[in-house]
Design a protein around this ligand. Structure first.
Ligand code: CP
Ligand code: NVA
Length: 312
């Protein structure tokens, strides 16, 4: 599989076998790292890490993954460069891509990462925008494979803010790879109809499915429950309103019991607001899977860089 030179802006741009390839490569790189072996796949490569929003996992995963494979990461925080302030995105993209071999962008508008990619002649990786968080989903799927042994036919229920970046990307990834995906959320927080339609098309090929519901009864048989914060970065003004409408959707022991499946695992992309979207008790009970998922950000982000700009 050759993904050299490709940007990674959303999973929509990748065929199912390409996504599977990235997950398999992540698993290989994970084994390699655990055995204490480091590679030279990024030797001689410089990568720019642009962050308009804060990050723990994504920033650290890009940094450690790059160094593990012999490359050099450069962190560019929101006050460090001119991007979008004193210099247009188009110009910053052309400058950075003359110096760097790959550019990661985390920020607000998805248009920014698209513009960066359009005006760069090196791969651009989306480290989260208001709309999508595609590298997160690679880690989520690697974790599901590790804990459940497969992806196809897995019943994955996302509970909470069903139209945020993580929910959107999970729905795209699920429909590409044939999972049975449910959004359990109040109607006002269901995903955009146009995105559901796009994903329905992917499901025709993968045999996956999408269900939107506001009834916890639809948790029946869930293999995986997934939740995320009720109020994403940049949406702080909606915090009180969200708490109000999402309270009945808190992942607590009562809600978990509705799966009628003792083996249901809980995933959370983190950071978590315990007491809101998940109770401390339920979070701690499922901490092993959740922190495997966090660790897997490293291996999957490494796979994306190795596949798109790696030396081999
Ligand atoms: N899950 C995730 O993207 O975490 P950070 O915001 O810490 O990068
Ligand atoms: N939906 C969350 C994800 C954080 C990783 C946010 O955008 O803040």
């Amino acid at each position: 599989m050759n993904l050299k030179g490709r940007s990674f802006l959303t999973l929509k741009d990748f065929r199912p076998e390409e996504i599977e390839y990235l997950i398999d490569l992540s698993a290989e790189l994970k084994v390699k790292k655990k055995s204490g072996e480091f590679g030279n796949n990024l030797k001689g490569k410089n990568i720019a890490l642009i962050f308009e929003k804060p990050s723990t996992r994504t920033r650290c995963a890009f940094t450690v993954a790059c160094v593990d494979e012999g490359g050099h990461p450069e962190y560019l925080g929101k006050n460090d460069i001119q991007l979008g302030h004193k210099e247009s995105i188009e110009d910053s993209a052309r400058v950075l891509s003359r110096m760097f071999d790959g550019i990661e962008f985390r920020g607000f508008s998805h248009d920014t990462v698209e513009k960066l990619s359009k005006y760069s002649n090196v791969p651009v990786w989306n480290g989260l925008t208001d709309k999508y968080h595609p590298t997160q989903i690679l880690a989520d799927f690697l974790t599901i494979k590790e804990h459940i042994g497969k992806l196809k036919g897995v019943k994955l229920v996302y509970v909470g803010d069903g139209r945020n970046n993580v929910a959107n990307s999970l729905m795209i990834g699920s429909s590409k790879l044939g999972l049975d995906f449910t959004i359990l959320a109040p109607k006002s927080l269901w995903p955009e109809e146009s995105l559901i339609k796009e994903c329905d098309k992917y499901n025709e090929k993968s045999n996956g499915s999408i269900k939107t519901t506001d009834s916890p009864k639809d948790l029946d048989g869930a293999d995986v429950i997934y939740t995320d914060v009720w109020c994403s970065m940049g949406e702080e003004e909606f915090a009180a309103e969200r708490i109000n409408i999402l309270k009945p959707y808190q992942v607590n022991s009562g809600l978990l019991m509705q799966t009628k499946n003792e083996k249901t695992i809980l995933l959370h992309c983190l950071p978590a607001v315990k007491g809101n979207e998940v109770t401390e008790e339920v979070f701690e009970k499922h901490a092993d899977a959740i922190f495997d998922q966090a660790e897997n950000r490293l291996h999957t982000i490494k796979a994306v860089m190795v596949a798109t700009i790696g030396n081999n």
